[in-house]
Design a protein around this ligand. Structure first.
Ligand code: KG4
Ligand code: ZN
Length: 365
């Protein structure tokens, strides 16, 4: 691609319906022309988590309107676009079908190329749009559906170094909040409660510490919080704050260990010629300031640039999907056929072994 190119992006893999128009120039600089996101948080709040059928129906209701709104805000018509990209996996199958079908229909009607995008690739490449990050870099993805450390070598070239063998980190925050009687989503509530808590009063485990691998496990930590809460019951406000602080400290120290060793491995393998290669964070949990503080000081200590795209683009959105489509097109990947199926499971690194219990029943990414 040797000129400016503009894509429509569509995202509907979990509980956000989103459409965006993004441009990429020949030098790889991006520009967001429209970014529309509709969260279904309220529809799912009463259930304490995402209900797939409710999500799929909400995507159907909102999708056409959101695409029209994105086009209108960009000031462009469908014919002026150069391509359409939609998330086709991983995620909840009903939502994926809605987004993929909408994207294919738009592309077919306007006779434009269609790119089926891996949602995780969208997260992985966002920092190139927002911060111009160069390959290779390390990504820590910590969301409601995933907890992964990924070496991003190039468009379509990913090596998964670590993943969770049970719960995703955001899921662990949400479950911890639920068992302590806090609302959904739990991450922000746990963080707020932890501010007035004593992280040292209650001892919690550091799962998988000391193992050579770079994987995570969070379900034991959540069980330890449950047991500590049962021992203290009935819980005072201070007990809840102390439990949240202890949980957050355990999480922060776990990330410090796994990410710290990943940075060391990146350096030891001589992967980059950059003075300060980047550690990029993505996913809703990246909003947590205790976690950010730990990662920032790790990066400072080990000579990495800590890159956190704006929060709006760390969580689910369609800008990253349009951008991933543009990056794929620019890298010479052919467009996908309209027969390309959606995939509820779709690892970024096809060679990485599936770990027992990893990924998710729900598949929030
Ligand atoms: O990336 P995201 O918005 O959605 C997907 O998972 O796709 O991530 C949502 C997750 C939820 O589990 C939420 O509890 C968590 O991110 N989260 C946080 C914080 N803000 C959101 N976790 C810890 N601390 C926060 N401040
Ligand atoms: Zn996501």
């Amino acid at each position: 691609m040797n000129k400016k190119s503009v894509f429509l992006g569509i995202e509907s893999s979990c509980d956000e319906t989103a459409a965006a128009i993004v441009a990429r120039d020949a030098d790889g600089r991006g520009e967001i022309l429209a970014d529309v996101v509709l969260s279904q948080l309220e529809e799912h709040a009463a259930f304490g988590g995402v209900v797939p059928e409710i999500a799929a129906r909400a995507h159907v209701e909102a999708m056409d309107r959101l695409i029209a709104e994105a086009l209108e805000r960009s000031g462009l018509s469908l014919c002026e676009l150069d391509g359409v990209a939609a998330t086709i996996g991983p995620g909840l199958i009903g939502g994926l079908i809605v987004g993929a079908m909408s994207g294919k229909a738009m592309a077919y009607a306007a006779n434009k190329p269609f790119y089926g995008v891996n949602h995780l690739e969208g997260h992985a490449l966002t920092a190139r749009l927002t911060n111009g990050v160069k390959f290779p870099f390390l990504m820590l993805l910590v969301s409601g559906g995933h907890t992964q450390i990924v070496l991003v070598k190039g468009v379509g070239q990913y090596e998964r170094w670590g993943t969770t063998i049970d719960d995703a980190l955001g899921e662990a925050f949400d479950k911890t909040a639920k068992l302590l009687g806090l609302g959904y989503p739990g991450g922000p509530q746990v963080e707020a409660a932890a501010k007035t808590g004593d992280p040292k009063r209650i001892a919690l485990p550091r799962p998988m510490k000391g193992e050579a691998r770079l994987d995570f496990s969070f379900s034991g930590l959540k069980t330890a919080v449950r047991q500590a809460a049962q021992n203290l019951a009935p819980l005072s406000e201070q007990d809840v704050a102390d439990l949240c602080a202890a949980f957050q400290l355990a999480v922060a120290e776990t990330l410090q260990d796994r990410v710290g060793r990943s940075l060391a491995r990146f350096k030891a393998e001589g992967l980059s010629a950059e003075d300060r290669p980047a550690l990029v964070v993505a996913g809703g949990v990246a909003a947590n300031s205790a976690i950010r503080a730990v990662l920032t000081s790790l990066c400072d200590g080990q000579g990495f640039a800590f890159v956190a795209p704006p929060f709006r683009l760390c969580t689910d959105n369609a800008v990253m999907i349009a951008w991933a489509g543009l990056e794929r097109a620019a890298a010479g990947f052919p467009a996908n056929g309209f027969d390309m199926p959606v995939r509820s499971r779709w690892p970024l690194d096809a060679k990485a072994a599936a770990l027992i219990g990893s990924g998710r029943k729900g598949a929030k990414a």
